[in-house]
Design a protein around this ligand. Sequence first.
Ligand SMILES: [Zn+2]
Length: 277
Amino acid sequence: MKEWQLKLLACPFEHAPLQLDGERLICQSCGRTFPIIDGIPSFVVQDLAQVHDEQEWQWKQSEMKARNEQAVFYDRLLGLLFLTPFEVPMTTKALLGNQKRFDKLIEVGCGTGRMLQHFAKHADFVVGADLSLESLKRCRERFEKLGLWERTLLVHADASFLPFQDEIFDAVASCQMIEHVPSDRMRNKVIAEIARVLKPNGRFAISGYHYSLLTRWFGKEGVHKGGIYFFRFTCDEFMKLVSAHLNVQKLQTIFGYAWLASGVKGFKANIPKHESK
Ligand SMILES: [Zn+2]
């Protein structure tokens, strides 16, 4: 584990610094240990069950299992093949705002790196967090092939309990992840965590399922094949969620399929109307 990587990390429970001890990290405050697997520190530990209610934790277990099983073919899913060519430039533009480049960028819910590989072009140091270790292993292989691994850190983590220091990232992206967080309470916790790790005036872009004329036939809330929970947001629901902790400057819809909110961490501005594309 490199020095710059260790400096970013913190215990997911009380955000105390971690000490490297061979193939594991030890919290300097609570003493919990976190293993490093294939160069990927793992913070999805059993103690997380205690900070979730039973239903929330069951959904997360079921998603972890489904994502691990899907890791091999996820990038070839038909919907994503169609959407990705539009989603990449839209999200990148929203994330950059008037910035040219970032020092440290993180994607929360990076999966196999479908979006992160593109974000990596706009940052010196790249971090990806995900609940599925198998997806992260695929992401690592992809980043090694692309020559990005040396400046990348992947962490196995729960988005509601991020293992990072406060205010260390210049940019945070999260693409179609928030809709799979299984309760309003935990979705709020994810946005609060994104705001916590973001520097003041740091930029964010967050997308999540849009409950639109196009998607309403697939249900407001439910379970995808394989046991992955989902929730589709109305405009008000999505704005309320993100703007509770972040200053949303722009709200767009990606073809009625997903909302895309972007802006900065900082003072509150008026809530904008969304633009259609
Ligand atoms: Zn700790």
